[in-house]
Design a protein around this ligand. Structure first.
Ligand code: SF4
Length: 327
């Protein structure tokens, strides 16, 4: 690990001032950044610990919820309002990591965790995300866990967060603050596709701090988070699906679908959602939506299995969400 300096500011203003120092980086719960520093995949010169900022409240706001950036994953998943109104979010967070990690990891940090691509963690291997322009070892290497949607020839990594997939299906917004003011970013726009610059995971600007995640009022319908992983204990998703389905009689009134483990960002399947609106409630409709959700997917060899797996997981999640018949 490279030497670094450390400070723990008491308020947001002090944190924003501190991040201007050379080589500075925000530190949340540290459950990902410290691992990356241990293998020199991240080498900040200065850490600005924001985990104790007074941003650990969950409050009612505009019919939805405002989740402070330092709310731990445990507190988020266990909040009665989240469990009652946004069960897809609570289930996604509970599926994301062990209890010890959930107690430490923060809401803001969860959104900023980096890919678990093996080559990103190995400084002896080329990786465009770690060293821009060095190449992508996964393209011709072992790519079982990699992307099948939205990838580029520069990077085929996937975003690892379960929480972000649920936030995508809920149309959440991310509130950020910098020295020049505050703004809100739709979660769909927050994470980027790799294109030619995979070193940037999000559209955050220099010095911008996540201060909260805003949940709009809960959508009508049943909510489900379904995750497929190699190990039944804790592991990153091979494929995950967050689904919300509203039904009326024998018809599907509306549906929302977000997928994890398949792209560089949580992937909303808008075309599949459009096809379901007004369709007759049936296994065939959900199977067709699953196929639509993976339209255009490209396998790289070891990860070819993800394409049919994602289609089937979407169909299953939609079936389960519809069965809940929550008004
Ligand atoms: Fe690096 Fe992305 Fe290629 Fe993995 S997939 S080696 S993170 S460039």
């Amino acid at each position: 690990m490279q030497p670094f300096t450390y400070e723990r500011p008491a308020d947001v203003a002090a944190a924003l001032a501190a991040i201007g120092k050379p080589g500075a980086k925000f530190l949340g719960g540290g459950t990902n950044l410290l691992d990356l520093m241990k293998v020199d995949a991240e080498t900040p010169q200065h850490l600005v610990d924001v985990s104790r900022l007074p941003l650990a409240q969950i409050s009612d706001e505009e019919g939805g919820l405002r989740i402070g950036a330092t709310v731990t994953n445990s507190d988020l998943a266990g909040d009665p309002r989240v469990r009652e109104r946004y069960p897809v979010l609570s289930r996604a967070v509970l599926n994301g990591a062990s209890g010890q990690l959930r107690n430490q990891a923060t809401t803001g940090g969860n959104l900023l965790q980096r890919t678990r691509c093996y080559y990103f963690y190995d400084p002896s291997m080329p990786c465009n995300k770690r060293v821009p322009g060095s190449g992508c070892s996964a393209l011709k290497g072992y790519n079982r866990i990699h992307a099948v949607l939205g990838a580029s020839d520069a990077c085929i990594a996937v975003h690892p967060s379960d929480m972000a997939v649920a936030l995508a299906v809920l149309d959440a917004e991310v509130e950020v603050q910098s020295a020049s003011g505050q703004r809100r970013i739709k979660i769909a726009d927050f994470h980027r596709l790799p294109e030619a610059a995979p070193e940037k995971d999000t559209i955050l600007g220099n010095g911008e701090l996540i201060t909260a995640v805003i949940l709009p009022p809960a959508p009508p319908g049943g909510q489900i988070y379904r995750k497929v992983r190699d190990r039944a204990s804790y592991d990153f998703a091979l494929v995950s699906v967050a689904a919300v389905v509203e039904t009326e009689g024998d018809r599907i009134r509306s549906a929302r679908i977000a997928m994890g483990g398949v792209a560089h960002k949580p992937w909303r399947a808008f075309e599949a959602e459009r096809r379901l609106a007004g369709a007759v409630l049936s296994d065939d409709a959900f199977a067709a939506a699953g196929e639509a959700a993976v339209k255009g997917a490209v396998g790289r060899g070891h990860n070819d299995f993800k394409i049919p797996l994602a289609a089937r997981t979407v169909a299953r999640a939609l079936t389960d969400a519809a069965a809940q018949k929550k008004a």
